[in-house]
Design a protein around this ligand. Structure first.
Ligand SMILES: *Cc1c(COP(=O)(O)O)cnc(C)c1O
Length: 392
């Protein structure tokens, strides 16, 4: 620990919200500066050629990025963290642990970009993937092949918020010697810490809730064991998919308010989901906090909250387009997890890369909208959405 004065509690006893502010690098050891310095340098002088500096070249290591990597490792409870230029850079670099001929089992309603990476890019390198409904453990088991090396989870999934039983899939995977990876973007470590349930690698699009302000593109990975960390380090450095120092700093700045933002947005999201659910003109509402959600019980066991993303089906593509053109408060955009609410249209945005028939099979209908609840007053958000839904 480089910062802080006297502490009353042992560091490991600190609650999550306190830890967000007191993560070890919050006070610069040299100057006492109240934030991590931005080391805007690509390379580092060797004072003594026989004693190289801790960091020698910024692709391989930079103190600002290092502070962020240590921060996310601490929050997720892993041994080492890694920061990348985007969520997809984190995911694609991690998939590079696989070799030609390997097979990976993937949750079927995976993020659209991850689907594209697997089906259009890694497939060319002879890395095979099978998409399964991960809420069904039998389907996961049946997908096992002699060349299966990894299982990739996303829970709640995107955009239909299906729940995977993390501990069940992970213990099955371990019996078969498979590496487990989990995209924790929707929950963040505030609500869900998959490493505590045995997951080997946790991934984030930090562009979303961790950054939280729609102003940084970044990805993170955290390794459960040192052996995995060594591999991820080699890949991050070898592929050069690192995050720049300005973004590293901005991301740390955003992460400090993670608890305050998540707690506020989640409370509003619960209200919004219940309000939508009570409406006759809404065909379906997907939110793990609804008592009717089939995965609620499992989700409550493995997470301490339901998050801030609510998906709902307004019945048709026509109506979805009307709502999108009539809402005044949320920005209508790709992305989620920001201080401002974001309304997305998965069929034409995040999941446009998915073939129409596959998309429909996965519940991503033409009437499906995804609402990422921000920090606006919830009464205002509901009033705004209501006038858009009532428009003929
Ligand atoms: C946005 C997102 C990604 C991709 O992250 P980028 O930062 O956009 O590259 C991956 N997974 C999930 C769940 C996402 O929402």
């Amino acid at each position: 620990m480089s910062g802080g004065g006297q502490r009353n509690k042992a560091d490991k006893e600190l609650k999550f919200g306190t830890r967000l502010l007191h993560f070890g690098a919050e006070i610069d050891g040299q100057t006492g500066a109240s934030s991590v310095p931005i080391y805007q340098a690509s390379t580092f002088h060797h004072h003594d050629i026989f004693n190289p500096p801790q960091h020698d070249y910024s692709r391989s290591g930079n103190p600002t990025r290092q502070a962020l990597e240590d921060y996310i490792a601490l929050l997720e409870g892993g041994v080492r963290g890694f920061a990348y230029s985007s969520g997809m850079a984190a995911i694609s670099s991690t998939f590079m642990m696989l070799s030609a001929g390997d097979h990976i089992i993937v949750t079927e309603d995976v993020y659209g970009g991850t689907y594209r990476l697997l089906t259009a890019i890694l497939s060319r390198m002879n890395i095979e993937s099978t998409f399964v409904d991960m809420t069904d453990l039998d389907e996961v088991r049946q997908a096992l092949k002699p060349n299966t090396k990894a299982v990739y989870m996303e829970t709640p999934s995107n955009p239909t918020l299906k729940i995977t039983d993390i501990a069940a899939v992970t213990s099955w995977a371990r019996e078969h010697g498979l590496i487990t990876m989990l995209d924790n973007t929707f929950m963040t470590p505030y609500y869900q810490r998959p490493i505590e349930q045995g997951v080997d690698i946790v991934l984030h699009s930090a562009t979303k809730f961790l950054g939280g302000h729609s102003d940084v593109l970044a990805g993170l990975a955290v390794a459960r064991t040192e052996a995995i960390a060594v591999q991820l380090k080699q890949l991050q450095n070898g592929l050069g998919t690192v995050l720049g120092v300005q973004e590293s700093w901005l991301l740390m700045r955003g992460m400090k308010t993670l608890e305050a933002r998540m707690a506020h947005s989640e409370k509003s999201a619960r209200r919004l989901a219940e309000w939508l659910y009570a409406r006759e003109d809404i065909k379906a509402v997907y939110y793990p906090g609804l008592s009717e959600h089939p995965g609620r019980e499992i989700h409550e066991r493995q997470s301490s909250g339901f998050g801030a993303v609510v998906s709902f089906d307004v019945g048709s593509g026509e109506r979805a387009k009307t709502v999108l053109s009539r809402v005044g408060l949320p920005i209508v955009a790709v992305s989620l997890g920001a201080v401002e609410s974001i309304l997305s249209y998965p069929a034409m945005m995040s999941h446009a890369a998915m073939p129409h028939s596959v998309r429909l099979e996965r519940g991503i209908t033409d009437g499906l909208l995804r609402f990422s609840v921000g920090l606006e007053n919830i009464e205002d958000l509901i009033f705004d959405l209501e006038q858009a839904l009532l428009f003929e």
